[in-house]
Each structure stands twice: as C-alpha cells, then as structure tokens.
Design a protein around this ligand. Structure first.
Ligand SMILES: [Zn+2]
Ligand SMILES: [Zn+2]
Length: 333
C-alpha cells in the first residue's frame, strides 16, 4: 500500500509497505481521508521520541475493511473515524475507572505508537474508533476527529448554561470550529482576532460579536458585553491570552486548547471572581462520535483544503500558513 512515512526525525519518504493485518480486538480501516494536524509536525520532528519509522496521521476517516477476533461493535463497511486517542484503554486504572480513557497510561497514540492514517490502510484497537454519520463525508470527518473533538468536548463540558457569553480567541483551525460549536450549543459568541479581515467570516460562522484585538482596550470592550463566562484560547499567543484573561467575569473559565510556553495570571482576580483555568486534552472515541453526530445534527462544518497523499510532507511543512484545516484525500470516493 502507499504510505507517507517518517523514517527518522524530520525525514520523510513516500513508500510502499505491506497492508497491515488485524490482531485480536483490532479493526482495519481502509483510509479514505486523513486530516493534517499540527501535532503530526511535532511527532514527525521527534517531539514524541524516536518512534520511527512511523506513518503519522490521526484524523483518520475510512471504512472498516477487516475485523479482528473478539470485535463485535463494528461490521465490514462501517464508516469510521479515529483521532489522536489510539485506543487500548485498560479499564482498570484510576483514570479509566473515573471514565477518562484519554489519560489512561495504556492508551496508544494513533500515528505515534502505531502507524496512522497517512496510508491506504491502518489497523487500530476497536475502542479507538467512532462511527461517522451518513451526513458527514470522509473529507469533513477527518478534522472532526482531532480538532473538532478537542473544541467540542472542551466547551460541552465547561459547565456553561445556554445564553452564557463565550469568547473564542483565534479564528483559525480550532477557532473556526469553536465559533460554530459555541453558537450551536446556544451561547452568545464573541470572536476575537487581530485585524478586521476575519470579521465577516466569524459572523458567517455564527459569532454574534467580533472584536479586533489589535485595537485598544480589548478587555473593556469584552466586559462591556456582559459577564464573560468562558474564553476559549485557540491561538498559541501568550501575551494575548494574558491580556484577555483580565476580561473574564464571575465564575468564568479560561479554557486552554493551545500550547505555549507559560502563562501568567492574577491570583487575586482568579480567587475573588471564583474563576477557573481549565485545560482540555482532546477526547476519546466516544467524544469523537458525539462530535460527529452533533456536527451532523447542527450542520457544523470544517473549512478544508484537500491535497493528495503524496503531498503529506509539504502540507505539514506549510501548516502554519494553512487556511483552517488541510486534509489528504487517500481513497477513491
Ligand atoms: Zn491532532
Ligand atoms: Zn486505564
């Protein structure tokens, strides 16, 4: 099968490797499409250790093509997606017993501990897979399995109530989904980005308000809209996040979805306004399935650019210039 593979840190090859076989508890996916994620760049450059040779790709969408012994939840031909959560949760550790599969230490990473979706086939533990509703095509499904679930789960579980004021900082790969999910979940949505260029798009995606963060007094303008209950931070911008955090209202949550070096906040403000700083680490296959179903029901769509598998390396190298999400079209459909 064709595969875009990383041979050693930063060194790619377009190659042919044998089609993998399923073992007990595993499912083989004929990959139709795979989204390209910033984390792939991290993994390919050796950030997750010397895991090479490795086929990256953890926004997989495809069709169940072979089923291993003991798997009952899937049948041949099912449309399935898979994200960074690589399955294999133990069901016995503290995290699993408290229903957090993603943080179980036994869990693998798709495209990290085993070969992922930048190839025509991939094999994964069955608990890594989510069913894709018919309304969502393969190209759309890929990005929902990582970017989508990260955003959706974080805000679904943030303890907000309908009508709450939610600010989304950044109108990019995560932010454009954040605006849509926040709107469709019933919040009053404020999109924040530098410049005026993204105002039209942000409002088309569902933002009620738009704030250009390069103009003066972002904090004052946010607070003028009311009690800010949540600020979803999707851009790796330390200074901007520190400034925005000052606008957080009573019982507010600063929701961190993007990694940057460190963060300085005012403890007096956090304490006296009863605020929280919360991280949200992707989601498991159940969260991914919920994300895909919500997207289907509520017509949430990712904005994508499509490339052939052969351009995987190039696509990743240019990811910082990518408009929203890039997806590799791998199968024929
Ligand atoms: Zn990812
Ligand atoms: Zn566990």
């Amino acid at each position: 099968m064709r595969a875009a593979r990383v041979v050693s840190a930063g060194k790619w090859e377009m190659t042919r490797i044998p089609i993998p076989k399923t073992g007990r508890g595993q499912v083989r996916i004929k990959v139709m499409a795979c989204g390209v994620c910033h984390s792939d760049l991290f993994i390919a450059s050796g950030g997750a250790g010397d895991v090479f040779p490795r086929v990256p790709g953890h926004e997989v969408a495809g069709i169940v093509d072979e089923i291993g012994e003991g798997v009952t939840r899937f049948k041949l031909g099912d449309r399935v997606g898979m994200g960074y959560f690589g399955g294999g949760h133990c069901g016995e550790c503290y995290d699993c017993l408290h229903n957090s599969w993603v943080t179980c230490k036994k869990v693998g990473g798709c495209g990290v501990t085993y070969d992922g979706g930048f190839a025509e086939y991939t094999v994964a533990p069955h608990d890594a897979l989510a069913k894709i509703p018919d309304e969502i095509d393969f190209l759309q499904a890929g990005p929902f399995c990582c970017a989508g679930v990260t955003v959706f789960k974080s805000i679904r579980d943030a303890g907000l109530k309908g009508g709450d004021l939610v600010a989304v900082h950044g109108v990019g790969g995560l932010g454009h989904l954040g605006i849509q999910f926040a709107r469709k979940l019933g919040f009053e949505v404020i999109a924040i980005s530098s410049g005026d260029a993204k105002e039209k798009l942000a409002k088309e995606l569902g933002a009620h308000h738009y704030i250009n963060s390069s103009k003066l007094d972002v904090v004052g303008r946010l607070q003028a809209l009311g009690n800010i209950k949540c600020i979803m931070c999707t851009a790796p911008a330390k200074e901007a996040v520190e400034e925005l955090s000052k606008a957080l209202g009573f019982n507010g949550t600063l929701l961190l979805l993007s990694i940057f070096s460190d963060l300085s906040v005012n403890p007096m403000q956090i304490i006296t306004k009863n605020q929280s700083i919360v991280g949200s680490y992707s989601g498991d296959s159940r969260d991914t399935e919920a994300t895909l179903q919500f997207a289907a029901n509520q017509n949430v769509r990712s904005m994508i650019q499509v490339y052939p598998l052969e351009q995987a390396e190039e696509c990743l190298k240019n990811i910082s210039q990518a408009r929203f999400r890039s997806v590799l079209k791998i199968g024929e459909f």
